[in-house]
Design a protein around this ligand. Structure first.
Ligand code: HEM
Ligand code: HEM
Length: 204
């Protein structure tokens, strides 16, 4: 069997990893609670679950604020700038090669475009979610402006509902891409957000 040399570097700091786990878990709870509440519609348990959904929503908002703060003040690989790779995006557009082998340490340059888009979508989810909490449940910080304002409901419900599919799509693609990269390129990848270490093939 051919032997392959790997080099490794500590890339993701413990705070970034904790924020990733926190946000991932909050999103998992948000997706599950909305799905189950939809199934058991119009029961008292469903309204309790929607309340739980809003609490998971607050947890996500805290995680997003933490990510933004760390993105502005954290170490180099956690900075928001580390997700911007204009030159690589332009090259990928021209060559139409998206699923490239990770090179160099830090966020995969093309995956980073998906991360930025994902954060923007989640931001809209948070804002529309806060509006819905005020309208549907008469709770949360927007209650003075929107409390039980059913006329405005569709303005927030439609984008919240449509973008949920994108959140679910991202999670599935993200995990599938991590697995596919490991299979195709033979380098451990998914564990980087757990251990902090990234592995790359040594150049011959
Ligand atoms: C990634 C994040 C989120 C996902 C995937 C998500 C998903 C969903 C889904 C699928 C629905 C059902 C929509 C419908 O059937 O029309 C829903 C409703 C709702 N969401 Fe979210 N949500 C997220 C974030 C939030 C946040 C941050 C909040 C508030 C802090 C929130 C508050 C609500 C409220 C109040 C409702 C309406 C519940 C009701 O009908 O009583 N959501 N969400
Ligand atoms: C609901 C589930 C998940 C969500 C929403 C999510 C979201 C994200 C986001 C937004 C990033 C960009 C990181 C940043 O902010 O700097 C990221 C990166 C990453 N995630 Fe996840 N993640 C999830 C689950 C997982 C799981 C289960 C693993 C495997 C242990 C994982 C491994 C990674 C790795 C290794 C990176 C860095 C990839 C790279 O270097 O480009 N994620 N994830």
């Amino acid at each position: 069997m051919a032997r392959m040399l790997l080099s490794r570097e500590k890339v993701y700091d413990p705070i970034l990893r904790s924020i990733h786990a926190w946000n991932g878990f909050a999103i998992f709870l948000l997706l599950i609670s909305a799905q189950v509440a939809d199934w058991i519609e119009l029961t008292p348990e469903a309204s309790a679950l929607w309340r739980f959904h809003v609490w998971a929503g607050y947890a996500l908002i805290i995680g997003l604020v933490a990510r933004l703060t760390w993105g502005l003040n954290g170490p180099p690989h956690a900075r928001l700038g580390a997700m911007c790779h204009g030159r690589e995006w332009w090259q990928a557009l021209r060559s139409r090669q998206w699923f490239t082998e990770p090179e160099g340490f830090g966020h995969h340059p093309l995956a980073s475009a998906a991360y930025i888009l994902f954060y923007l979508i989640v931001l809209v989810m948070a804002l529309t979610g806060l509006a819905l909490a005020a309208i549907e449940q008469g709770s949360g910080p927007l209650v003075t402006w929107l409390g039980h304002d059913v006329v405005m409901k569709d303005w927030f419900k439609t984008p919240h509902d449509v973008l949920e599919e994108f959140v679910l799509g991202f999670v599935i693609l993200h995990i599938a891409a991590l697995i596919l990269h490991e299979v195709n390129h033979g380098v451990p990848l998914a564990q980087a957000m757990v251990s902090g270490y990234q592995y790359r093939k040594e150049k011959e």
